[in-house]
Design a protein around this ligand. Structure first.
Ligand code: CA
Ligand code: CA
Ligand code: CA
Ligand code: CA
Length: 321
């Protein structure tokens, strides 16, 4: 009995093993398409399928953002009275906007000096008005360099506003043709000839020139045609120049090359009656752009063409309360 049972059992086991073997073969055969093999097979299949599907989907979405003028920058100016003293604490509750800055790519065929290379930076812009004056704060993260004897070895800042509706953000021109002026822009152009904490700006009536501290009130018709108000080809007896600014640097006490933030605080009346200035009004919109000249650009300091500028983002739209 034992033997018989064993034999029967053995036969049953053999039958069972054979059945399992067949099942296993079937499983392997099918598995190649379905299960184990499915993952390796399906994944490579899925990947190439996904990739071409995703790429064309993502590419057109990304392309307009990248290839266009960049994201539009908008900012609501605050209602505030600001003391122009280079101390930014009166701006602490005012929201600013981050403005990316990069060097101009000088197109081939344009006869401009090749600048020294500078990394892109992000600056912070805050704007405010008290109903009579416009206030601007530009904070630039950069090391401290200041040479009172050579302003090219100190930073320089330019704040620009649209005057003529067609003017482009590259000093009146658009990206496509940097030599074609499309309208007039108003420029506050500051070369640091006075020390930190001192008031810059102002000068003789009828001129935008600030002979002492070099915060000039200017205008431009194209990137190569920049003048002090009243100093252009057309006479301008109404040239108004009450622009004022004070700069400081958060690490100036630590000496040359100290890492910190430049603080440029400026103000001007909303209305100046000067055709070579942008005119602002409560409830209106100002279109502006920024430029920063870094003295570390070359051994001789910053160059005219090497400045970091915001125009790649188009005009910055500032809504006045
Ligand atoms: Ca202040
Ligand atoms: Ca620097
Ligand atoms: Ca002016
Ligand atoms: Ca001006």
């Amino acid at each position: 009995m034992m033997n018989l049972l064993t034999r029967r059992g053995a036969k049953a086991v053999i039958v069972l093993l054979a059945a399992l073997a067949v099942l296993a073969l079937v499983a392997v055969a099918c598995g190649g398409d379905d299960d184990d093999g499915a993952s390796p097979t399906a994944e490579p299949t899925a990947a190439p399928t996904d990739a071409p599907t995703d790429d064309p989907t993502d590419a057109p979405t990304a392309a307009p953002t990248d290839a266009g003028d960049g994201d539009e920058i908008t900012l609501d100016a605050a209602t505030a009275t600001i003391t122009v003293d280079g101390d930014s604490s009166d701006w602490s509750d005012i929201e600013g906007v981050t403005v990316p800055m990069e060097q101009i790519e000088i197109p081939s065929g344009v006869d401009w000096d090749e600048p020294g290379p500078l990394d892109d930076i992000d600056v912070t812009l805050k704007m405010a008005t008290d109903g009579g004056n416009l206030y601007a704060l530009v904070e630039v993260p950069d090391d401290y360099d200041f040479d009172p004897a050579d302003h090219n070895l100190s930073p320089s800042l330019a704040v620009m506003f649209l005057i003529d509706a067609a003017a482009g953000p590259h000093m009146g021109a658009e990206d496509e043709d940097l030599e074609l002026g499309l309208g007039m822009v108003d420029i506050w152009h500051w070369e640091l000839d006075c020390a930190a904490g001192l008031a810059s700006g102002g000068g003789d009536p009828g001129s935008g020139d600030d002979p002492d501290c070099n915060l000039d009130d200017e205008f431009a018709l194209d990137p190569e045609d920049r003048e002090d108000d009243g100093g252009g080809d057309t006479a301008n007896a109404d040239a108004e120049n009450s622009l004022v600014g004070v700069w400081t640097h958060t690490a100036s006490a630590d000496g040359p090359d100290a890492v910190g933030v430049w603080i440029f605080e400026m103000s001007r009346p909303l209305q100046t009656g000067d055709a070579e200035d942008a005119q602002f009004e409560s409830g209106g919109t100002a279109l502006m752009a920024l430029a920063y000249f870094d003295p570390d650009e070359t051994l001789e300091g910053w160059t005219d063409t090497g400045h970091l500028q915001s125009a790649e983002s188009g005009w910055i739209e500032v809504r006045l309360p």
